[in-house]
Design a protein around this ligand. Structure first.
Ligand SMILES: *Cc1c(COP(=O)(O)O)cnc(C)c1O
Length: 342
């Protein structure tokens, strides 16, 4: 294996990691800092993050009878899920391409990873998925909803068929919920193997590292057994609580990003030779003219714009690039550089 590589981004217009491009208004920043001034960092954090959990339950609309466990980003929750069920010969299954950490983490814990190819339009290949589930009996199935890196929502009735056919847990990963407005959260409890995962990262708090996993309490209690006791640090607990009390700021930013996504998609659609995939997330997947993705990526970088080059993955992602929706100014700079590169 090789370590997860994060490219240096200093000085670039950073459109590679699905971050919210907006910082906090100055007055909000000042009242946040005033609150943090009272936090005692000499003490360990609340191991259960009780106050934050109450706040999150309300903010994420988690049904009262469901359990909740928090992670240092949803990355850590994926790791906890894998550690909780890992055993020789057991499998993690997900549509392919999807979020790379499902594959990486499965391998960290010694499980098999089964990637089932999506169709050419990145929709689920239900017969292939049902067959793979039957064959491999996966302990975990991950469905990113919307999917990363394709940006689309899967068909909900097909997802339900996957949940019903799965012998193990099915985790609906709603990292991009804020931009898609579709959720399985209210369907928790309808299936005894369904869990829903969220994160505050894509909403504008990527630096805090906070993910949430909700589902039937009996399952959440088992997963909580592999959680390190102080995984949510005291600054994150207070900062996330503060941020959720000012959720309107993030809601406005989310609206602006969704509007910009539509503007950017429309502008990209006018460029010759590009395929632009419809997105319900805060990024857009593009397919460059055959064989030109590496060159276009390099030219954008030269022009000071950093996006994600997915073309190395080959297969369904051959010639593909992914761009995060930025501010109107950033998107304009990206469009100018891309037009020149093309
Ligand atoms: C970004 C992303 C995550 C990870 O989010 P963190 O909470 O920052 O660890 C999880 N799932 C998907 C599908 C993502 O795109």
């Amino acid at each position: 294996m090789s370590a997860y590589h994060v490219p240096a981004a200093a000085g670039y217009i950073k459109l590679d990691a699905m971050e919210n491009p907006y910082t906090w208004p100055e007055a909000l920043r000042q009242s946040w800092l005033a609150e943090l001034a009272h936090v005692d960092v000499n003490r360990y954090p609340d191991p259960a993050a009780s106050q934050l959990s109450v706040r999150l339950r309300a903010a994420l609309d988690i049904p009262a009878d469901m359990g909740l466990v928090l992670g240092n980003g949803s990355d850590e929750l994926i790791q906890m899920l894998a550690m909780a069920v890992a055993a020789p010969g057991r499998a993690v299954l997900a549509p392919q391409p999807s979020f790379v950490m499902y594959d990486l983490i499965a391998r960290f814990v010694g499980m098999k990873y089964i990637g089932v190819p999506l169709r050419a339009d990145f929709s689920l290949d239900l017969p292939a998925l049902l067959e793979a589930i039957d064959l491999h009996q996966p302990a975990l199935v991950f469905l990113a909803f919307p999917n990363n890196p394709s940006g689309n929502l899967f068909d909900e009735r097909e997802m339900v068929q996957i949940i019903q056919a799965s012998p193990g847990l099915v985790i609906v990963d709603e990292a991009y919920h804020a931009f898609a407005d579709r959720t399985f959260m209210q369907r928790l409890g309808e299936f005894d193997n369904l869990l829903v995962m969220r994160t505050l990262s894509k909403l504008g708090l990527a630096g805090l590292r906070l993910g949430a996993l909700a589902g039937p309490p009996a399952w959440i209690e088992e997963i909580d057994k592999v959680r390190l006791p102080y995984n949510i640090n005291v600054l994150t607990q207070h900062s996330a609580d503060f941020a959720l009390r000012h959720a309107h700021v993030f809601a406005e930013q989310t609206q602006a990003i969704c509007a910009e996504r539509e503007n950017l998609s429309r502008a990209l659609g006018k460029l010759k030779g590009l395929t632009v995939y419809p997105s319900r997330a805060n990024f857009i997947l593009l397919r460059a003219p055959a064989g030109r993705a590496n060159e276009i990526f390099a030219r954008l970088k030269q022009a000071g714009v950093l996006i994600k080059n997915l073309s190395g993955a080959g297969g369904a992602l051959a010639d593909c690039l992914r761009v995060t929706v930025g501010t109107p100014e950033e998107n304009a700079a990206f469009l100018t550089a891309l037009t020149e590169a093309l």
